[in-house]
Ligand binder design. Structure first.
Ligand code: SAH
Ligand code: SF4
Ligand code: F3S
Length: 469
């Protein structure tokens, strides 16, 4: 789809805006899942605001209610159906439009359940049809009929959608969609389709624009950011745009954007972490030295069954290489406990890697069976109580490491971007260290959005306290 065709779709924004004129309509958006979904929600908000809706945080006041769903783990389903039940009243009382979009809508059994048990839902939107929201809303307003707009074909990369960002200092920029890795536990490749990279020119244009608007921090998003442009085979074909043909060259180029002070990315895959990327991280001050490196399991046998394509030793060797080449590098990770067939000794391997790497942050998940994935059909599913017991042991280890790591911050100087007032303590300003630790400190509002140096004075498990020096 070329940009003109997108513009055609977007003309429906104007039509809806006309219908909504002077009605003072409000929308409520609820987002589940990862930062890619958050970024999609910013685009949904952008379109809705252009259509004449203003945002409300209270679903009871809303005329348009949209849920942007995730299906990576099972608990999201219960949460969604509970939420839809709650808003049924708004449908009856004020004829609100109820829409559901996102990853869960790419699952057939969910669509069937919605059709059967929740017929009052007006619009179902898949992950590849996000940009059609204005046209769908227009048709619903015209016909008052229920719509389903879900396709199985990978959508092309859509450029030029309006966007309403949640923050005015840090911004997320999606650089690629989809995933080709098919880790055996994971639903994402089925609901997000194959890898498709955005053109570097579009990415650079977006980031330059953000810098002009005063944004300081950029998070690059993708399910596997370090395979950027791999499917498109730019490197093999000798294609490039201003020197960009890979993830490493993209990072280098983004570092040139004036005004952007900090660049992070999630998630890279350990198997694709090439030396050129390590070199760029080491060389460029703007790139965060906290690297998110999803481990999933520390057992080579479990990793093989997960189709992760690296061993325990390869993961540790990669970490060691980075520790040698990148001064002050730190790591965060994702770990799944209770994958089918995981033995006590496999789990011990996970604990062993956690001890050795000494992660700054660990996102821990209990394995959740997903319909349609390979692991769902594996024998030796682990009983719930063992999964929970292992989860708790992992959590204990991680928390003891974090407490120890926190001690090491006391007395150090940290350069941070002032993000605003702390949500938990309205008198204090807040920001994050390069290792993503929240720091609170006293200061005046005029320094919001600037970079300051803090001395850390105390630690409190989930945050640090500092003072400006
Ligand atoms: N593409 C990213 C993350 C995708 S989903 C990556 O590969 O790192 C985010 C995290 O959810 C994964 O890293 C994994 O730890 C977790 N996850 C995915 N599927 C899961 C499942 N079926 N059960 C439990 N956790 C899961
Ligand atoms: Fe899922 Fe693996 Fe792809 Fe990450 S890399 S989205 S865990 S299949
Ligand atoms: Fe969830 Fe979809 Fe992200 S399944 S984790 S919202 S890509």
């Amino acid at each position: 789809m070329n940009k003109n065709e997108v513009q055609n779709e977007l003309q429906y924004i104007e039509k809806v805006k006309e219908i909504n004129q002077n009605k003072h309509l409000q929308y409520y958006i609820f987002t589940m899942g990862c930062q890619l979904n958050e970024n999609d929600s910013e685009k949904i908000s952008g379109m809705l605001e252009k259509m004449g809706y203003t945002r409300t945080e209270n679903s009871k006041e809303a005329d348009f209610i949209i849920f942007n769903t995730c299906c990576v783990r099972e608990n999201a389903e219960e949460k969604l159906f509970g939420k839809i039940g709650e808003v049924k009243k708004q449908k009856e009382e004020r004829n609100a439009i109820i829409a559901i979009g996102g990853c869960m809508m790419q699952e057939k059994h969910i669509i069937e359940k919605l059709r059967k048990s929740y017929p009052f839902v007006d619009l179902i939107l898949g992950t590849h049809t996000l940009y059609k929201l204005p046209k769908d809303v227009y048709q619903i307003l015209q016909t008052k009929k229920r719509m389903e707009d879900v396709v199985d074909i990978d959508g092309e990369v859509i450029e030029g959608l309006p966007i309403k960002r949640n923050d005015n200092i840090k911004a997320s920029v999606t650089i690629m969609n989809g995933c080709n890795n098919f880790c055996t536990y994971c639903i994402v490749p089925y609901v997000r389709g194959r890898e498709r990279s955005r053109h570097p020119q579009d990415i650079l244009q977006e980031i330059t624009e953000l810098a002009k608007q005063g944004y300081k921090e950029i998070t690059l998003l993708g399910q596997n950011v370090n395979s950027y442009l791999r499917e498109e085979k730019w490197k093999e074909k000798g294609i490039e745009w201003e020197g960009v043909y890979s993830f490493a060259t993209l990072l280098n180029k983004i570092c040139e954007v004036e005004g952007i002070e900090k660049i992070t990315f999630i998630s890279p895959h350990p198997k694709d972490f090439t030396d050129d990327v390590i070199e760029v991280i080491a060389k460029q001050d703007k790139i965060s030295k906290l690297i998110h490196l999803p481990l999933q399991s520390g057992s080579t046998e479990v990793l093989r069954k997960m189709n992760r394509k690296y061993s325990k030793e390869q993961y540790l060797a990669l970490v060691d290489k980075m520790k040698k080449q990148i001064p002050h590098v730190k790591f965060s990770t994702d770990i799944i406990v209770g994958f089918p067939g995981e033995t006590e000794s496999d789990f011990e391997d996970t604990l062993d890697v956690v001890r050795k790497v000494n992660f700054e942050q660990v996102f821990m998940f209990i394995y959740s069976r997903r319909v349609g994935t390979v692991a769902d059909k594996m024998e030796n599913q682990i009983p719930e109580e063992i999964k929970h017991e292992r989860f708790n042991r992992l959590k204990e280890l991680v928390e003891s490491q974090i407490a120890k790591n926190n001690q090491a911050y006391i007395g150090t100087k940290q350069k941070i971007i002032v993000e605003g007032y702390s949500k938990n303590n309205e008198n204090m300003l807040t920001g994050r260290t390069d290792s993503n630790k929240v720091v609170i400190f006293e200061g005046t509002p005029d320094i919001i959005g600037t970079m300051v140096t803090l001395e850390i004075v105390s630690e409190h498990m989930w945050y640090l306290k500092g003072k400006i020096v």
